[in-house]
Write a protein that binds this ligand. Structure first.
Ligand code: CIR
Length: 260
């Protein structure tokens, strides 16, 4: 059964967002924080337009990356695993997420030395793919297994190289189907899943938020839009230029949950 979220947890863009972590400096103008805030507001409105109840936590100026809530918790099978993000500067982001989630569902916390970023966890039906990236270590993968394998989810490791997180180049459309950028992962990685491939040049757009048959997609990726529309999805394109400058994409900005 395809997971259909009913709620989203998000967090506002901090005043310090221009100092968010980046893998490599970006060419062009620096992050425009006010523009990032407008893009974030449009994202929240788009989630609400999909029928989700959206909570927006206040920004945390002490943590420039705190708007990327996805990295702080993994929710599946009616439970939440609070992570320990792999960047030390992000560890302090988790407490606010814990406080927000604890009244809603059972929560367990990862313990050191485990690290895991939620951006490395891709739910696909009864499977959790987990990227072994620079942010997610073997103890983090073990914690994911310990939390979710008893709940009927199989945990499958995927090597991640040349990108920040697994979901930088792949996301789930439904319980069997993944949207994946060509060449981003070793051949056969998603062998028993239906894969809709998009060109490597549009890899950034492989990260989509899907609710039912609607996909939120980063603006300016015509091949991805066409591929999704050809498979019956309605595409809502969002301008996320400033989010992208901080190495963020669409899924990073929310934690979705609901039945399943
Ligand atoms: C970081 O480097 O941690 C942030 N600047 C970007 C995090 C993006 N998160 C995600 O893809 N899940």
């Amino acid at each position: 059964m395809t997971f259909r979220p009913t709620h989203a947890l998000t967090r506002g863009i901090p005043a310090t967002f221009a100092t968010a972590l980046v893998q490599a400096p970006h060419a062009g103008p620096p992050i425009d924080v006010e523009r990032a805030r407008a893009q974030h507001a449009a994202y929240v409105a788009a989630l609400e337009g999909l029928g989700l109840a959206v909570a927006v936590l206040p920004p945390d100026d002490a943590h420039p990356d705190a708007c990327f809530v996805e990295d702080c918790a993994v929710i599946a099978a009616g439970r939440a695993l609070l992570t320990r993000p792999g960047a030390p500067s992000r560890l302090g982001e988790v407490q606010a997420i814990a406080t927000a989630l604890a009244p809603r569902l059972p929560v367990t916390a990862m313990e050191g030395p485990a690290t895991l970023d939620g951006g490395d966890v891709l739910r696909s039906g009864d499977r959790l793919y987990v990227g072994r990236s620079g942010r997610t270590n073997p103890a983090g993968v073990a914690a994911l297994r310990a939390t979710f394998e008893g709940a009927g989810l199989a945990v499958v490791e995927v090597p991640v190289a040349g990108m920040l997180h697994l979901k930088c180049a792949a996301s789930a459309l439904d319980a069997e189907t993944l949207l994946v950028a060509e060449g981003a992962f070793p051949a056969g990685t998603f062998a028993d899943r239906r894969v809709i491939a998009i060109p490597a040049a549009e890899a950034y757009a492989a990260n989509v938020v899907v609710v039912g048959r609607t996909a939120l997609v980063a603006d300016g990726h015509p091949h991805t839009r066409a591929a999704l529309e050809a498979h019956g999805y309605e595409v809502v394109a969002l301008d996320v230029s400033e989010i992208r400058k901080a190495d963020g994409s669409l899924t990073c900005l929310s934690i979705l949950f609901g039945a399943g």
